[in-house]
Design a protein around this ligand. Sequence first.
Ligand SMILES: C[S@@+](CC[C@H](N)C(=O)[O-])C[C@H]1O[C@@H](n2cnc3c(N)ncnc32)[C@H](O)[C@@H]1O
Length: 227
Amino acid sequence: MRFDVLTLFPEIFAGFTGQSLLAKAIERGLIDVRLHNIRDWTDDKHHTVDDRPFGGGPGMVLKVEPVVECVEEVRRRDDDPGHLVMLTPQGRTLNQAIVEELAGHRRIALLCGRYEGFDERIRVLLEPDEISMGDFILNGGEVAAMAVIESVSRLIPGVLGDEDSSVSDSFSGPERLLEFAQYTRPREYRGLEVPPVLLGGDHQAIARWRKEDSRQRTRCRRDDLLK
Ligand SMILES: C[S@@+](CC[C@H](N)C(=O)[O-])C[C@H]1O[C@@H](n2cnc3c(N)ncnc32)[C@H](O)[C@@H]1O
């Protein structure tokens, strides 16, 4: 799976791609993350990527020319132009079903906004898949792009140590419920004991307990998932 990130701040990704499971997946060639600085697609002396909004108001707006030309050229560089995602609070809210859909692509280009956001003509010309992290405002699309990269990468075969672990995760599997409670050693801490069924080695009983715990937790915390 290849990700092309189009951003004004590529440096933000250094720690993210250099650590943990993602770094290993990159090293093993399972994931390829390429960073492109939108500023490289400017041709004026000051490398201007933003300007004041027509009609007035606070802040600056990302200019149409560098963004459109950056996206077009990056996508043209490969036989597969890839699926273009624009990170925006005005898109469809990311969830595990959308993550699964995105994981079906071979290449994803992630367009990160900044300032007051994108000149509207960028959206009209590029017709991206607009994705939001939720009903709140970030400073830029970079953290959102990282969330997409990390959640999609988990579904790429070989990235997780144990393939089964993503199937039992919350919002995953056929039922899309919350995951059951997990415990590790010690068996008792400050009077709180691990449920005895998990210690008995009866795998059918453990599976039954987990299924019931998963349903009950979902009922209490996220009733909406049962509908
Ligand atoms: C400060 S925000 C601009 C918000 C814009 N003025 C609005 O009200 O819709 C700057 C950039 O951060 C990113 N961003 C902010 N909140 C986001 C969210 N909830 N999901 C995805 N991207 C977000 C987008 O790329 C956006 O263009």
